[in-house]
Design a protein around this ligand. Structure first.
Ligand SMILES: *Cc1c(COP(=O)(O)O)cnc(C)c1O
Length: 509
């Protein structure tokens, strides 16, 4: 946008509906192809005159001599290579990333600054408790904050992801029933559920009973009543559900389950419409899991490890993973001896760096700020839903919560598929939304703008979607062959998932 001698201020830049021009070179050489024999970035031996060689410092047996084809480059070459590669990715820090159900909100830099504090960043998981009081207190305070936000009695920060939180919750519920002498082996899951729900059930040894949602996309108390019986251990419900709608019968459903001796698990991966506003604990949940890497702004996907704490009601507390934080006159410590605990699901005590970030986020926003974030996320989703209605009608007539699910009839009218629409968005500098999910909506586009995007960004997205709709009708090939501006266009996604080639091998000879 800069013209010679004059730079357009950012505020004056109008969002454009023109696709971004191809700015990436079509071919970036592999780092091996940049190699030049004998070139060095750092040379341990040369650092001070007369100092030892790398092999002498490390011990010869630790130095490889046979690393055929290992690239030899200067430091700036390495820096440029990896920086260039990093720019080839779509990233929340660079682009709008409306990936439904994933809450790709802005990750505040202050979170990273807090996690990088020497006392947090350098601590070892085996540090004795009396030398780690600050870290343990941070964990205890985060547990208390999450208990307040969810309306639950006890929190475990142990699980490393949402799916591991689900498994933890299911094992806790199984242990609870067994302790009572009951061997309930079924779990009810709605047909709109996130795929991890039935997978976690199977992993925990439960049989899945599918609850059909009604014609408006909601759970039906009558359907739950039909399924709930003496073999049902629990029901797993995502609320707001995967259509982005709040389940209006949730309290009645909790009541039906409890009457039958079963428990209610609420999948709280997407708390972005609820935090500071409504609490799963008040809806009758016995277990809830949270995804700190969604709702609580810790990095997500390739950006960092996850954290999937679970919250439970008091009766389930004895079964939570060990160890648990406990306070005594000697301060904070981990309690290991807990006879009813399901034990550990992973090493150590949770992804501590993520816990610091989430705590920083909660403190920075405060109770009112969290509620405002939820409200803004809801307004943003409904703004998109309403504005896009003429081209991409909503899958459900109700106002949405933090995300909306849209449909279209372009496939039958012009042969342009949802996947192709998603690919075309890449040409406008926008990450595709979640597609073909939930499964109950044909050709679904699931869009979650989050609260951290400006109205200008939302308007840019709307313009891009309108233009793609217009192209599909008048110039379908442009959409069908998209993306046109990226280094890689279409990859074989099935092959990439089934047979990934993760390591470069030198050519023989
Ligand atoms: C993301 C998500 C999960 C799984 O969380 P991971 O951290 O990816 O394992 C589970 N349920 C719902 C509703 C989700 O959106």
């Amino acid at each position: 946008m800069a013209t010679a001698g004059r730079i357009t201020p950012i505020a004056a830049m109008k969002p454009t509906t023109e696709p971004t021009r191809a700015t990436q070179p079509t071919q970036v050489p592999l780092i091996f192809e940049l190699s030049s024999e004998g070139r060095r970035g750092t040379d341990l031996a040369a650092r001070t005159a007369g100092s030892k060689s790398g092999a002498e410092i490390l011990g010869g047996e630790l130095c490889r001599t046979d690393l055929a084809g290992f690239p030899e480059l200067s430091e700036p070459q390495v820096l440029r290579h990896f920086l260039r590669l990093s720019q080839a990715n779509f990233a929340q820090a660079l682009q709008f990333y409306p990936l439904g159900s994933c809450t790709m909100k802005y990750n505040p830099v202050v979170n990273d600054e807090m996690a990088a504090l020497e006392g947090f960043a350098s601590i070892h998981p085996f540090t004795p408790a009396h030398l780690a009081q600050g870290a343990l207190e941070l964990m205890a305070r985060l547990e208390a904050a999450l208990a307040e936000i969810t309306g639950m009695d006890a929190i475990s920060l142990h699980p490393a992801a949402g799916a591991q939180g689900e498994l933890t919750g299911l094992l806790v519920m199984r242990a609870y029933h067994r302790k009572r002498g009951e061997h309930r082996h079924q779990v009810i899951i709605p047909d709109t559920a996130h795929g991890t729900n039935p997978a976690s059930c199977t992993l925990a040894g439960f049989q899945v009973l599918v609850a059909r949602s009604n014609s408006r996309g909601f759970l039906d108390a009558a359907e739950v009543r039909r399924l709930a019986g003496p073999d049902v251990a629990a029901m797993m419900v995502t609320n707001p559900n995967t259509l982005g709608l709040f389940e209006p019968e949730i309290c009645e459903i909790a009541h039906i389950l409890h009457e039958q001796g079963a428990l209610l698990y609420i999948d709280g991966a997407n708390m972005n419409a609820l935090m500071g506003v409504a609490k799963p604990g008040h809806m009758g949940a016995d277990v809830v899991q949270l995804n700190l890497h969604k709702t609580f702004s810790t990095p997500h996907g390739g950006g960092g490890p996850g954290a999937g704490p679970i919250g439970v009601k008091q009766v389930l507390e004895p079964f939570l993973p060990s160890p648990r934080l406990k306070h005594s006159e000697r301060g904070w410590a981990f309690e290991e001896a807990r006879p009813d605990s399901i034990g550990r699901l992973r090493s150590f005590h949770g992804n501590f760096g993520m816990l610091v970030r989430a705590y920083a986020y909660i403190l920075a926003l405060g109770g009112d700020g969290l509620a405002e974030a939820s409200h803004t996320a809801i307004v943003a989703a409904n703004y998109l839903r309403k504005r896009l209605e003429p081209c991409f009608p909503s899958a459900s007539p109700q106002p949405s919560m933090h995300e909306c699910v849209l449909e279209h009839d372009l496939e039958s009218r012009t042969g342009v598929s949802t996947l192709e629409i998603a690919k075309r968005l890449l040409d406008f500098g926008i990450h595709p939304p979640t597609i073909y999910f939930p499964l109950v909506v044909k050709g679904a586009l699931m869009i979650e703008p989050t609260e951290t995007e400006s109205k200008e960004v939302l308007d840019h997205f709307i313009s891009a979607m309108e233009r793609i709709h217009d192209e599909a009708l008048n110039d379908p090939q442009t959409v069908k062959n998209a993306p046109h501006t990226l280094r890689l266009s279409r990859v074989d996604e099935a092959e990439a998932a089934r047979r990934p080639i993760l390591r470069w091998q030198p050519k023989p000879g």
